[in-house]
Design a protein around this ligand. Structure first.
Ligand code: ASP
Ligand code: MG
Length: 406
């Protein structure tokens, strides 16, 4: 008998009818002879509404109280799901993060799980009971309720699967798997049967929104086999697995894009030791995450241009910080630009194939798209281009790498 964790996202528990449908999927998994633990999100739209209440209540709210408010959405669905299971004749009970407990650090609003005490859950699962765990939440070292960042119930599910040494963690959502590209933009996008952890990690962090990035990290570190699938139609989804489980590896598995990027160029930055640290130090202290960075070689040995990206939401804050330090650093000009998109080509096959980047640059050139910034990793090439080219660029690349459905 195997153990399976089933996680249901907001659209899969959007109302009582959907919750009943999800309970049916739990029942079916049990009938296949498996022990099941369930993790639920809040009903679709509920978390957004709760976040809205917080902003309305206080401009600068207490993050501990924010967590207390937004964690409530999952409490509702956990209870309702347990009821639906009981109605279907399945012994079940709900569990809140602090009841298990799922222990986290105290970074409210985006806490990290540090441990799960699963002994009692396992004991009950051995008797046939289905634990229904409220996703997205845990408890801090001082006993306060915490939440794991938006989309965090994926992370609850994967961490629970790791703790339970589950055979698989099924993430039920409203799409039937992971696609080579966003099907809303690329009509020929195909569902991937399998994808490696590393590729999925890049896809998630480069803007593909199916899974919370942190959940993929945990799956990779603990070798949890993940499946992304739809609760609305049956059929297998996409398996996220180890590289050696994939027999025929494509060079490129997918194209991701992120509109959540903004570019900042500092013109005529003094070219001397310590300047980069003097710029990126204060940004980091202000909580601004910097992603791509390019610095040109200085022509005269005195000054150079520095370009980097931050998330759109942090652009204002970044500009403020940079204006504040210009007294000391003395750069020529500060040029912020929110109208950019980052497009990434992802595939573990890149490690062993030449010419992958060239194909990207050629495809973009053929479409008259200018590349502003380039960055690469072992299995990813990203470019920053004008936001207005998003669709054109993504479609051109999807075709150039032979990913279009035939
Ligand atoms: N309900 C939370 C959110 O909307 C967590 C989740 O659904 O994963 O972010
Ligand atoms: Mg989600």
């Amino acid at each position: 008998m195997g153990r399976i964790v089933q996680k249901f996202g907001g659209t899969s528990v959007a109302d009582i009818a959907h919750i009943r449908n999800a309970a049916g999927l739990v029942q079916a998994e049990r009938e296949r002879g498996n022990q099941v633990a369930v993790v639920v999100s809040a009903m679709a739209g509920v978390t957004n509404q709760l976040v809205g209440y917080c902003s309305e209540a206080a401009a600068l709210y207490d993050a501990r109280e924010y967590d207390s408010v937004v964690a409530s959405g999952e409490q509702v669905t956990a209870g309702l799901m347990a009821m639906a299971l009981q109605e279907a004749g399945v012994p079940a009970r709900s569990w809140l993060g602090p009841q298990i407990p799922i222990r986290t650090n105290d970074v409210h609003g985006k806490a990290r799980i540090v441990g799960i005490d699963s002994v009692e859950l396992e004991r009950r699962m051995d008797t046939g009971e289905v634990p229904v765990v409220a996703g997205f939440q845990g408890v801090s070292p001082t006993g306060r309720i915490t939440t794991l960042g938006r989309g965090g119930s994926d992370t609850s599910a994967v961490a629970l699967a790791a703790a339970l040494k589950a055979e698989r963690c099924d993430i039920y959502t409203d799409v039937d798997g992971v696609y080579t590209c966003d099907p809303r933009i690329v009509r020929g996008a195909r569902k991937l049967h399998k994808i490696t952890y590393e590729e999925m990690l890049e896809m998630a962090s480069q803007g593909a929104k199916v899974l919370q990035t942190r959940s993929v990290e945990i799956a990779m570190n603990h070798r949890v086999r993940l499946q992304v699938l739809s609760s609305f139609d049956d059929g297998p989804g996409t398996l996220v697995v180890d590289e050696d489980e994939i027999v025929e590896q494509q060079v490129v598995s997918g194209i991701a894009y992120s509109r959540d990027e903004a570019k900042i160029t500092l013109v005529k930055v003094p070219d001397k030791p310590g300047v980069a640290a003097a710029i990126f130090g204060p940004l980091s202290d202000a909580g601004v995450n910097v992603d791509m960075i390019v610095q040109n070689i200085s022509e005269d040995g005195k000054s150079t241009d520095l370009t980097f990206t931050v998330s759109k939401a942090e652009l204002k804050q970044a500009v403020r910080v940079l204006e504040g330090i210009n007294g000391e650093i003395r750069f020529g000009q500060l040029r912020p630009d929110p109208n950019v998109v980052k497009i990434s080509v992802i595939g573990v096959g890149m490690r062993s194939h030449a010419g992958v980047a060239l194909r990207m640059f050629t495809a973009l050139a053929e479409n008259g798209i200018n590349i502003q910034v380039i960055s690469t990793s072992e299995i990813k090439i990203s470019v920053l281009v004008d936001e207005k080219y998003t669709e054109l660029a993504v479609r051109a690349l999807h075709t150039a790498y032979g990913l279009d459905a035939t």
